[in-house]
Ligand binder design. Sequence first.
Ligand SMILES: CC(C)(COP(=O)(O)OP(=O)(O)OC[C@H]1O[C@@H](n2cnc3c(N)ncnc32)[C@H](O)[C@@H]1OP(=O)(O)O)[C@@H](O)C(=O)NCCC(=O)NCCS
Length: 174
Amino acid sequence: MIEGELVRLRALERSDLPAVVRWMNDPEVTRYLLSAPLYGLEEMDQWYNERRGTDDRVLAMMDRDDELIGYCGISRLEWEERRCNLWLIIGERDAWGHGYGADTVRTMLRYLFDEENLNRVYLTVDEENLRAICLYERCGFRREGVLKSARFKNGRYRDDVMMAVLKRDWSAGT
Ligand SMILES: CC(C)(COP(=O)(O)OP(=O)(O)OC[C@H]1O[C@@H](n2cnc3c(N)ncnc32)[C@H](O)[C@@H]1OP(=O)(O)O)[C@@H](O)C(=O)NCCC(=O)NCCS
């Protein structure tokens, strides 16, 4: 378990999956996600099982009242290069705008840089996901480039913004 100032991050349990299915079937939540398959419980269970035995980590985000509000994780962990991809989704819309996103990102960065000694954490975000981009910038991420017409979603091609934060820059800012 990892403690933030507002959130507590613990391993995602199988019993959390019905909430994840609900979130992934909420168009407001998935609006800007790069990938949001309309999974039912059985497919979500399969997704959960497939993470086992890999370096991917999926964590449940718990709020101050110990309620499940979302999930986050890392993927594409490459130890030799000391880098990984970070993602997060607050599925409970009532929990948006309360600082849980920023606290989760900061808590994850602290863990990945200080505990795991990674050097680079990166992510890709829809160009129109301004709430997310603003949050990532506040947490030290910088824009590194734009993938033009990277994906077809909601009737048109969309650009993706690539962002990353390096340990040295993050350490200088804390
Ligand atoms: C994106 C997400 C993680 C943000 O978490 P959050 O806890 O709601 O973040 P907050 O609203 O506290 O902070 C976002 C910042 O963006 C700002 N913001 C909100 N809406 C904005 C908008 N439309 N345009 C510009 N900035 C905006 C807020 O003012 C806030 O900045 P501030 O604290 O300096 O005022 C969360 O809303 C979420 O999970 N959304 C659905 C899934 C998703 O898009 N995940 C990210 C995929 S890359």
